[in-house]
Design a binder for this molecule. Structure first.
Ligand SMILES: [Ca+2]
Ligand SMILES: [Ca+2]
Length: 186
């Protein structure tokens, strides 16, 4: 058994065990979970539901947030249907959501949202997969403490562009601002 596969099974054990209890807060979750499983729907059109696995670091100890074991606070996201992976640095958690087949190549695009220990301002990062590699094609600044589908940020879809809404601070108040992301060619 390879090391990463072993880690996966260990992580899945922690994840399963944690499902039986009730995690009190996100800090507890990060410490307990090695791997978070996220159901994405059918990503590649083969009618099989696909899954993302978010491998999250452990803290060196619970008193020192921001210090992660094994070097840095890094996330690796792997998928059930493709060998392509996404690596994020300066993150201790991440969310993944499918947003439909934006460029009509038969595979859904995704939004990935890296999470840090504290703070409500984050980024939605848009990815498309080509030749078993994930490529980022845009970002939107978002207030991430409100739980909502990531796809809510997309206000318009055309053949060439996604129009997304960013959260900004304007004259001291939270406001929205539109941004156009060019859709990558298939
Ligand atoms: Ca599938
Ligand atoms: Ca696509």
């Amino acid at each position: 058994m390879t090391k990463s596969l072993l880690l996966f099974f260990l992580g899945f054990g922690f994840w399963s065990a944690a499902q039986n209890g009730t995690p009190k807060d996100t800090i507890t979750q990060v410490v307990q979970f090695d791997i978070k499983k996220m159901i994405l729907g059918d990503m590649n059109g083969d009618t099989i539901i696909d899954t993302a696995f978010v491998k999250m670091p452990h803290y060196t100890n619970e008193e020192t947030w921001g210090d992660c074991r094994g070097g840095g606070c890094e996330i690796e996201i792997s998928f059930s249907y493709t060998p392509a992976k996404i690596q994020l640095s300066n993150a201790v958690d991440a969310g993944v959501e499918a947003i439909g087949d934006v460029n009509h190549d038969g595979f859904q695009e995704i939004i990935v949202v890296p999470g840090w220990i504290i703070g409500c301002w984050g980024q939605y990062r848009f990815y498309t997969e080509k030749d078993t590699q994930w490529n980022e094609f845009g970002r939107a600044n978002r207030y991430i403490c409100e739980e909502e589908p990531y796809a809510n940020c997309i206000v318009k879809r055309t053949k060439d562009y996604l129009t997304v809404e960013e959260d900004i601070i304007k004259n001291g108040d939270q406001a929205k601002q539109k941004k156009k992301l060019k859709i990558p060619k298939k």
